[in-house]
Design a protein around this ligand. Structure first.
Ligand code: F6P
Ligand code: MN
Length: 331
């Protein structure tokens, strides 16, 4: 029997105890459809003239790749007319994107990182799209949505997920009741469930961190990594392995499937900057990881309890194996 489609899964979720409102189902289907188109563009590579940089920078001061901008446009175009959204926000846009007045408005807010890990595009390694869905505050109906309406803690997300454009194109999704993986069947253009409800294996001794940033870590992170490098000869008495893809989607996907821990801690120097963005990178991944039985913190507290102070806020991210993550909180 063929694996069930994303559409069927969502409709069944909608029927079961009204767990999934119709508008949210439409939203997820729309994002998934846009991801199919992005996957197609990514896979064309040089033949589609989509590789390389544009010569511009985004609001984060990062060089924009052609595909960053293409994927951003695809997500905006796909989602603006359906009537399910009040506004969108993206890593690639300085301010929020209100739904144009010519279209009906809905009650959801969609945030996304159109192409995560975009430094990998030109060398044919996995990249992905990350998304997070919030509800607009009730008092937002009938007025312009503001940035303040987006500034909700991650625990208020109603859905989150990512698409990964790797050897296979996958969609990994949560609507708050487990994590499900769908594989894109390119011949028939359909997402088919290939895993779920996913539970990340615990006890896998693999960590993912950019070692070149060691001099910016806190003593606590230095000790944590040092002990794992010492392996069987150190206090832990067992060997660990290290992996780093430089694409959060790929690193988190490996952890969901195989276990382990991912760390991009904040800079311990006085300016305390961090790399990853809270609202459309850290929070959706934290939601997925918690739903799969793992844990996610910013170094001090549960990520999904952090109240954002701005749309593009950066934050430390430590997620994965519950025991490994909580051992860092105990130290
Ligand atoms: O979006 C930011 C990002 O590309 C993540 O996907 C990835 O985890 C990280 O940056 C890679 O950072 P670095 O360049 O320090 O390895
Ligand atoms: Mn990213």
């Amino acid at each position: 029997m063929q694996a069930i489609s994303l559409s069927r899964f969502l409709i069944e979720q909608q029927r079961q105890a009204q767990a999934l409102p119709g508008e949210l189902r439409l939203l997820i289907e729309t994002v998934a459809r846009a991801c199919k188109t992005i996957s197609h563009a990514v896979s064309k590579g040089a033949l589609g003239e989509v590789l390389g940089s544009l010569g511009s920078e985004n609001v984060q001061g990062e060089v924009q790749k052609k595909l960053d901008v293409i994927a951003n446009e695809l997500l905006l175009d796909a989602n603006e007319w359906g009537g399910h959204l009040a506004a969108m926000a993206s890593e690639e846009m300085e301010t929020l994107y209100p739904i144009p007045n010519r279209y009906p408005k809905g009650e959801y807010l969609l945030l996304f990182d159109p192409i995560d890990g975009s430094s990998n595009i030109d060398v044919d390694l996995s990249v992905g799209t990350i998304f997070s869905v919030l509800k607009a505050p009730e008092n937002a109906s009938g007025r312009e949505v503001t940035e303040q309406d987006f500034l909700q803690a991650g625990m208020h997300q109603v859905a989150a997920g990512y698409a990964i454009y790797g050897p296979q194109t996958l969609l990994v999704l949560t609507i708050g009741s487990g994590v499900y993986e769908f594989t894109l069947d390119r011949e028939i253009g359909s997402w088919r469930m290939t895993d779920g409800p996913m539970q990340m294996p615990q006890g896998n001794r693999e960590f993912a961190i950019n070692m070149a940033r060691r001099r910016q870590w806190s003593p606590q992170i230095i000790r944590y990594v040092e002990e794992r490098i010492q392996g069987a000869e150190g206090p832990l008495g067992k060997d660990y392995n290290m992996r780093w893809t430089a694409s959060m989607v790929a690193d988190v996907h490996r952890i969901l499937k195989r276990g382990g821990i991912f760390l991009y801690p904040k800079d311990a120097r006085p300016d305390g900057t961090a790399r990853l963005r809270l609202m459309y990178e850290a929070n959706p991944m934290a939601f997925l990881v918690e739903q799969a039985g793992g844990a996610a913190i910013d170094g001090e507290q549960r990520l999904m309890e952090v109240l954002p102070s701005k749309l593009h806020q950066r934050i430390g991210v430590i997620l994965g194996d519950k025991e490994e993550v909580t051992s860092l909180l105990r130290d």
